[in-house]
Design a protein around this ligand. Structure first.
Ligand SMILES: [Zn+2]
Length: 570
């Protein structure tokens, strides 16, 4: 199965996008295993170009074909189709699997880990590092990991953006000097703001992959062109304050400290939580952080408190689950975001990304039981009656030591433009910790929500996320209704982060009502595995839910709308 899909992939890569799926694949040819010598001489495009160039889509598929053919433990299949019709390749890496299906992977009983590269196709280090990792698996390395884990590796998530090569896509990033792809996908949407609204086929494919394979761990690999700091790589766990506390404590107290210590001891490189230094002199040498400051703040976002005068602050990005790491946390799973440092050399950035993956997976291998237990207890946590955030802001914490750095100018020899080049300088500085969020508005989690059958767009989105629903057979009374006191819509800016949306924001309050949910409504119980995510989608004040993304505008977009159309039971 994997061979024929790869043939299809090659056809897809070489034909006009959009027509690829209509092209019949050639009959699969039996292929003998590649001799070991070919695998040993297999190089990524980055390696073979002396780190001047990153791989095209076709080159990634070619590389994946070779490792698939060379190793019985690697199976490459498709997990979706991009906006422009490119097959999205997934390498399933595991021992003793019958095939690459979700059923076989789950039947293995091993810890499932998803490693994703290239969500932002100007940030190609994850794509290159994932290929290095696949070659290492094909060469028989990491055999210990395969005793406890199965890997789902998607090196080139934003394949369409990858093909829009330009030398100017990444500002003053230090190469690759022959250019790289774009931040947005083929629809001009930032996939790393799409995890709640799911408007991209790539985001939809991700949600299906996660519903089918249900990984315990998700890694999302980026490159940051923000502050000139002293780290080779920065990282982040989920940031939403509603994330399960057990998952957060393992990430903050054990997993990231383990990775930082191991990379320091083995490679003498520093790593820390992702952030940018506040001005003055914040040293933002690029166009903004790798996670990117939003073009417009999310609707319903109260003004965050200003950083205190005096010392600078080290501030992270956003808490909203439209970002990969926050979304994965909302699904009760472990998320590790990485940001290679854009002003280190391309070679060092790929190395740093591989080191990060390797040490993170060493921890996972040693802590399989702990990770599995934490996920299980997060899934079983009873949320009803608890207080959860519907909006949040960064809180000012204690002082922390941040390692700042310096850069110097370097000319790109291809086009003469200026790039930043990391200098081997580390300047410790005490800064205010602005890495974590606190709620600004909260709600008590109910036991059940009731969605009218007429809210077809909302229902379809909930199904795509994997939220379980039950169609009611009797009219349901004894519920609460949300009375609207303020209903505002931000003007659409057509940025890649929000697309054509004008984000909507509601204020008001829930109160007991005589209104019944009619027969045929869809009930969403809050004792299901995805309750945490469902709450953030369904609560009317949520800054990243159905209201914000206009999924209920049939009702809420009407002048004088008095009540939120979804009811709930306390
Ligand atoms: Zn990024």
């Amino acid at each position: 199965m994997s061979r024929s899909l790869l043939c299809l992939a090659i056809v897809a890569a070489l034909t006009v996008p959009g027509q690829a799926q209509q092209t019949a694949p050639p009959a699969p040819q039996p292929q003998p295993p590649k001799p070991t010598s070919q695998l040993d001489s297999l190089r990524t495009v980055a390696e073979s170009s002396d780190y001047r160039t990153t791989s095209t889509y076709a080159e990634v598929l070619g590389f994946m074909t070779i490792v698939d053919n060379a190793s019985p433990n690697i199976r490459v299949i498709s997990y979706g189709t991009t906006y422009e019709g490119r097959m999205m390749p997934l390498a399933v890496v595991g021992t003793g699997l019958k095939d690459a299906s979700a059923a076989s992977v789950k039947a293995s009983g091993k810890l499932r880990v998803h490693i994703q590269g290239n969500i932002h196709a100007g940030e190609v280090e994850g794509k290159e590092a994932a290929q290095v990792l696949l070659r290492e698996f094909a060469q028989g390395k990491h055999a210990d990991w395969l005793e406890t884990m199965v890997f789902l590796i998607t090196p080139i998530f934003n394949a369409d953006g990858n093909e829009r090569f330009s030398l100017t896509n990444r500002g003053v990033q230090n190469g690759p000097i022959n250019g790289q792809g774009t931040r947005a996908n083929g629809q001009n949407i930032n996939i790393n703001r799409d995890f709640m609204k799911l408007e991209t086929p790539e985001g939809r494919a991700f949600a299906k992959l996660w519903n089918d394979y249900d990984p315990y761990v998700g890694m999302d690999l980026h490159t940051s062109d923000g502050s000139t700091h002293g780290y080779h790589l920065t990282y982040s766990p989920p940031l939403n304050p509603n994330t399960n506390a057990g998952i957060m404590s393992i990430m903050k107290d054990e997993w990231f400290p383990f990775v930082t210590k191991a990379i320091r001891e083995k490679y003498k490189w520093e790593t820390y939580y992702y952030g940018n230094a506040s001005h003055p002199g914040g040293g933002r040498g690029g166009r903004g952080g790798g996670q990117g400051a939003p073009a417009t703040p999310p609707a319903a976002q109260p003004q965050a408190p200003a950083a205190p005068a005096g010392p600078r602050a080290w501030g992270t990005f956003e808490h909203v689950p439209r970002f990969h790491n926050n979304y994965v946390g909302m699904r009760n799973r472990f998320a590790l975001l990485s940001e290679a440092y854009a002003y280190a050399t391309f070679k060092d950035r790929i190395l740093a990304t591989n080191h990060f993956i390797e040490e993170a997976m060493n921890f996972a291998h040693q802590n399989v039981a702990k990770i599995r237990t934490a996920v299980g207890s997060a899934d079983r946590e009873a949320l009803a009656g608890k207080t959860h955030a519907t909006r949040a802001q960064i809180r000012n914490g204690a002082m922390i030591e941040i390692l700042m750095g310096e850069v110097e100018d370097e000319k790109n020899p291809i086009n003469g433009r200026n790039m930043n080049r990391r200098k081997d300088v580390i300047k410790p500085e005490q800064m205010t910790d602005r890495l974590w969020f606190e709620p600004t508005t909260t709600e008590t989690v109910p036991t059940e929500y009731y969605i009218p059958a007429s809210a077809t767009k909302a229902l379809e989105l909930l199904r795509a996320h994997g939220v379980q629903m039950r169609k009611t057979t009797v009219a349901t009374k004894g519920l609460e209704q949300f009375a609207i006191t303020a209903n505002t819509q931000r003007a659409a800016t057509n940025s890649i982060d929000t697309g054509s949306h004008g984000l909507r924001s509601l204020d008001g309050a829930w109160a007991a009502t005589d209104v019944a949910a009619p027969v045929g409504s869809f009930a969403v119980a809050m004792n299901q595995r995805l309750a945490r995510l469902a709450f953030y989608l369904l609560e009317p004040k949520s800054d990243d839910g159905l209201t914000a993304w206009n999924y209920l505008d049939d009702v809420l977009g009407v002048e004088g709308a008095k009540a939120y159309p979804i009811l709930r039971r306390r």
